[in-house]
Design a protein around this ligand. Structure first.
Ligand SMILES: O=C(O)[C@@H](CO)OP(=O)(O)O
Ligand SMILES: [Mg+2]
Length: 431
């Protein structure tokens, strides 16, 4: 196989969907082909995420995105041009070595992930395959079009409303094709808007394009969403549309207890509360139901609910293979959320997917709340064959960029299967 060489490396600052600066990089390969990637950025972050160089955040040394860009245009540029590259793993390892810190804080995880994703595009071009097929070949997986999990109602750190839970997602698991799933999602999103207008509630949006009405109880949100699903003409649950929640519990965990609905919950009480929500609503997946600093709570919750719902670690695992391995050994969850910028390179992201799969965990590929028009995660979801993606609401450019990329892939590869696949088999849904 040919090795990859580069003739130019250039980074610049662009804006993300929240209007904050972020990094875009363009690499020119030896054959003249240019590839680009941009780094997203989270608002509700795990303590163990790789560290981006970001403006204004505490603990970032005030160096900001400008230094991330400067690092790419100097030392990373020098590294990439200094030799040819046999594969992604070698290139990512060299980036990590150049950074030299465990959390990628010197060059910045935002600089490193943008370069790593652009390099993956260059390697896929060199191999003559699409990015998703190159990912599948790197992982040894079968490609699959994932079930989109549309975040139609926002709370928590992604909105100003009093709702503690961060994300209320709809998953058209009963659709038979990806285009159909996307149509269902968009129809339900509009039905929800109409429902909110009828009730005199705000149709203002949160960070991920979902509505952010002034409601405070999760049950109210779930009633509105199930009504919208029915109004749009779809059935609830298997064969129709299921619901996934990301409470992002770090953000309502204070001094050892969970503060929501005007009271305090222990982790066991919160687990019982989720149990009642699961009984009353067609919920298939619960992400970060507990805080990352509640190590005893996670295995208890997973033992109680894990045979009925997917229990996904996001802030808990931060897409880190070592942390997922511990999660598997302690049965702390049964699934992992995959965000390349949480861990910082494509190679580490793929390794985490492999560890999860080997340990019997399912995986869901995810965007960040601060996004760009980059569509890498759409290809990652297809190539990994994990069967699930979340990319916000079916509205707003930076969110639909990913769904539109999935539609493009579906159009170009009509024989790819659609659906949850093993993610459904392990968690009670149809394949
Ligand atoms: O918690 C999450 O899952 C994400 C993405 O939806 O949010 P953020 O990017 O703010 O961490
Ligand atoms: Mg999350």
């Amino acid at each position: 196989m040919n090795e990859l060489s580069f003739t130019a490396v250039h980074a610049l600052q662009i804006l993300d969907s929240r209007g904050h600066p972020t990094v875009r990089v363009t690499l020119t390969a030896g054959d003249g082909v240019m590839v680009t990637a941009s780094a997203p950025s989270g608002a509700s972050t795990g303590a163990h995420e790789a560290m981006e160089l970001r403006d204004g955040g505490a603990g970032y040394g005030g160096r900001g995105v400008e230094s991330a860009v400067a690092g790419i245009n100097s030392s990373i540029r020098e590294l990439l041009l200094s030799r040819s590259w046999p594969n992604q793993r070698t290139l990512d390892a060299a980036l990590c070595e150049l950074d030299g810190t465990p959390e990628k804080s010197r060059l910045g995880a935002n600089a490193i992930v943008a370069v790593s994703m652009a390099a993956a595009r260059a390697f896929s071009n060199l191999s003559g395959d699409s990015l998703h097929t190159w990912i599948a070949q790197s992982l040894g997986t079968a490609e699959r079009l994932p079930v989109p999990h549309f975040n139609v109602l926002n709370g928590g750190a992604h909105s100003a409303n009093p709702l503690a839970f961060q994300e209320f997602m709809i998953a058209p698991i009963g659709a038979s094709t990806l285009p159909e799933a996307i149509r269902w999602g968009s129809e339900i999103y509009h039905a929800l808007g109409a429902e909110l207008r009828r009730k005199g509630l705000s149709t203002g949006l949160g960070d991920e394009g979902g509505y952010a009405p002034e409601i405070s109880k999760p049950e109210e949100a779930l009633e509105l969403i199930t009504q919208a699903i029915t109004d749009a003409g779809y059935s609830l649950g298997e064969g129709g549309v299921s619901i996934a929640l990301d409470p992002a519990a770090n953000y309502f965990y204070h001094d050892g207890s969970y503060e929501l609905n005007g009271r305090s919950y222990t982790s066991r009480e919160l687990s019982n509360y989720y149990d009642s929500l699961i009984l009353n609503f067609p919920i298939r997946s619960l992400e970060d139901p507990l805080a990352e600093d509640d190590p005893r709570g996670w295995p208890e919750l997973t033992a109680a609910l894990g045979d009925r719902v997917q229990v996904v670690g996001d802030d808990l695992f931060v897409s880190n293979a070592g942390r997922v391995q511990i999660g598997i050994e302690t049965a702390a969850a049964n699934a992992v959320l995959i965000k390349p910028n949480q861990v910082g390179t494509v190679t580490e992201t793929l390794d985490t997917l492999t560890v999860a799969d080997q340990g019997g965990f399912t995986a869901m590929v995810s965007h960040r709340s601060g996004e760009t028009e980059d569509t890498f995660v759409a290809d990652l979801a297809v190539g990994s064959g994990c069967g699930q993606i979340k990319s916000g609401a079916p509205a707003r450019g930076e969110r639909v960029a990913k769904y539109n990329r999935l539609l493009e892939i579906a159009d170009a590869s009509p024989n790819l299967p659609y659906g949850l696949g093993t993610a459904g088999q392990k968690n009670g849904g149809p394949s």
